[in-house]
Design a binder for this molecule. Structure first.
Ligand code: ADP
Ligand code: MG
Length: 400
């Protein structure tokens, strides 16, 4: 595991010190108020640990995409209430991220108080990772804490630049995420299975490429399984299928072969002639029996059972992408069943299970399996880039 400091490395007393804390406060909004405060809850332990130590905490976050300009509809002042509610503490809104306004505000804040800086993306220096901009922010802080894994795939001033200018620490949420990811693909217990599903191969080529060299079992589901089946000369009817990528699919299967990675494709599937809930044309068949006017919308029960047996032989599973069109019944069946198997094996202590991806999180929640997984990442883009095997600049900067 790459070395980075955590809050454990801080002295017990931070009285008189200012902590610049990068958090993810990009909350979903409706009619001017936050509809989901999960992200604030994720940052809460870090923030309160720092205030308990007596630090003045300045929260640094982006909110929407203002593209380097002040935009009154994207001020973090809109989320001040939500942050106060979750933290159970007063938070002072500060309309800048550097300069005299921040300095004056720090003069008003007492030890253990919290300030919320305005949207860091109002300034072009943020996304440009301008060292001058980072330095102007760093002037106000004694330490930098990054608790926003979801922004760590961006090399921005608040996610990367600051880490080079101040003593830097991973916050508790960042630490938990990095530990879970390390347990999944960094130094996992073997054998490892990867479940990759979702709509398209084209969006996950780099993920597949990275995984074949790292896992013993590659389970392919969702629309992308159709492309792999087509590559093996299966007629997938009018299924979602990227026929132009069958060559790529074959290459990935060859590479897997060489690397000693078993690729698992379904041998039965759930098909229908139209994409609707519980259609009359619904049936389950062998992959070789799909009619020209049918589409594959989920894996079949035999495939799911076989995949469950694979997971039973594994110590680790990393999962991105649903196995079927899970938003529409009954095409959620395979995803729900395999998720429940993974959850039960995790509960039983034989499996470490790590999952991520927007639709994957929704699917696991729908299956009632989310809380039983070892770790479910809500980081979206950062999680996928990690699955692609990329170095995340925000994480790398903490480790340097
Ligand atoms: P994530 O957001 O977890 O990374 P993706 O966005 O890659 O996942 O894929 C999720 C989408 O894939 C879902 O909307 C689901 O309906 C769709 N999908 C899964 N299987 C199929 C299939 N057989 N045919 C069409 N769409 C599918
Ligand atoms: Mg998605």
């Amino acid at each position: 595991m790459p070395g980075f400091k955590t809050l454990d490395d801080l002295p017990a007393d931070l009285a008189g010190k200012v902590a610049l804390v990068r958090v993810d406060l990009n909350l979903p909004m409706k009619d001017g108020s936050a509809t989901d405060v999960t992200r604030v809850e994720a940052a809460k332990p870090t923030i309160l640990e720092l205030t308990d130590k007596g630090a003045k905490v300045l929260l640094l976050a982006h909110f929407g995409r203002p593209k380097g300009q002040r935009n009154s509809t994207m001020s973090t002042s809109f989320i001040q209430d939500a942050v106060e509610d979750v933290l159970g503490k007063e938070v002072m809104f500060i309309s800048e991220v550097s300069g005299p306004v921040v300095e004056q505000s720090l003069g008003i804040l007492r030890n253990g108080d919290i300030g919320l800086l305005d949207n860091v993306r109002f300034w072009p220096g943020e996304e440009a990772n301008d060292p001058e901009f980072a330095r102007a922010m760093a002037e106000h802080g004694d330490i930098y804490v990054n608790d926003a894994f979801s922004a760590a795939h961006r090399a921005h001033a608040s996610t990367e630049g600051l880490a080079h200018l101040l003593p830097s620490y991973a916050g508790r949420a960042m630490e938990a995420e990095l530990k879970a990811l390390d347990a999944a693909l960094g130094a996992p217990k073997q054998p490892v299975a990867a479940v990759v599903g979702g709509a398209k191969v084209s969006t996950k080529l780099d993920v597949l490429q990275n995984l074949v060299g790292k896992v013993q079992h590659l389970i392919i589901g969702g629309g992308m399984a159709n492309t792999f089946l087509a590559a093996r000369a299966v007629d997938v009817g009018k299924s979602l299928c990227e026929h132009d990528l069958t060559g790529t699919a074959n290459r990935i299967m060859d590479e897997a072969d060489h690397a000693g990675c078993t690729v698992h494709l379904p041998y039965d599937v759930v098909v229908a002639k139209e994409f609707a809930a519980n259609p009359d044309s619904l049936r389950t068949c062998n992959v070789h029996e799909v009619e020209a006017d049918e589409m594959i919308l989920d894996l079949g029960p035999q495939a799911v059972e076989a995949l469950g047996d694979v997971l039973k032989t594994c110590r680790t599973v990393v999962w991105n992408g649903p196995l079927g069109a899970f938003e529409t019944e009954p095409f959620d069946a395979a995803t729900v069943a395999l998720a429940k198997t993974a959850a039960a094996l995790t509960e039983g202590g034989s499996l470490t299970s790590v999952a991520g991806g927007g639709d994957t999180v929704a699917a696991l929640a729908h299956a009632g399996a989310k809380d039983d997984f070892t770790f479910v990442s809500t980081a979206g883009g950062a999680f996928l880039e990690w699955m692609e095997g990329r170095e995340l600049p925000g994480v790398a900067a903490l480790s340097s």
